[in-house]
Design a protein. Structure first.
Length: 69
């Protein structure tokens, strides 16, 4: 009933599965970091475009103010 060889095989399988799970979790964490980096870069690019547009709008408003002033 308590065959040591069978117990060792089951233990090896359980250890192997635990190692696979740990590796999968590590890979998932790396993928989440990459996605977060891409999202952050995208947000920075959008923020830069908004800032540039606001600068152009400010320039245009100053120009119009001078023309009417």
């Amino acid at each position: 009933m308590n065959d040591p060889i069978e117990y060792e095989k089951r233990t090896d399988v359980m250890i192997s599965l635990a190692n696979q799970r740990a590796e999968n979790e590590r890979q998932n964490a790396e993928a989440r970091v990459k996605v977060a980096e891409i999202e952050a870069k995208s947000r920075l690019e959008v923020a830069d475009k908004i800032a540039a547009a606001m600068g152009k709008l400010g320039d245009a408003l100053r120009y119009l103010g001078r023309r009417q002033g």
